[in-house]
Design a protein around this ligand. Structure first.
Ligand SMILES: N[C@@H]1[C@@H](O)[C@H](O)[C@@H](COP(=O)(O)O)O[C@@H]1O
Length: 106
């Protein structure tokens, strides 16, 4: 495991977003060979998603051939409820991306 330290939350978030973008771009995903990305919720990753969206809009990465899954979800909670992790990902990531990733989970 490699520990990367940044003093500010934004700097740490930009590092993580940049790491994800590099991995996606180096993988060069296609429709038949998608890049699979597990997504967490919580307050910690919010700036990561914001940065991913900004860099996506700047043309640095496409999510067209990226498949995502939510790392967890509430049991029996309607996915359209604002408390669901499905709604969280839509609010913080998918609704703001031009080429939305495909999702494996609800
Ligand atoms: N489902 C996630 C948890 O897996 C995570 O541990 C938590 C962290 O939240 P925060 O980033 O706000 O500390 O957020 C959500 O509840």
């Amino acid at each position: 495991m490699r520990l990367v330290v940044r003093e500010e939350k934004l700097a740490a978030s930009k590092y993580v977003a940049g790491y994800i973008i590099d991995r996606i771009n180096k993988f060069a995903p296609t429709e038949t060979r998608p890049f699979v990305l597990g997504l967490p919720t919580g307050s910690s990753p919010v700036l990561i998603y914001k940065t991913l969206v900004e860099r996506h809009r700047a043309g640095d990465v496409s999510f067209k051939n990226v498949v995502t899954f939510n790392m967890d979800e509430y049991i029996a909670l309607d996915r359209e409820r604002p408390e669901s992790y499905h709604s969280f990902m839509f609010q913080h990531f998918f609704s703001m991306s031009i080429s939305r990733p495909r999702t494996l989970t609800s």
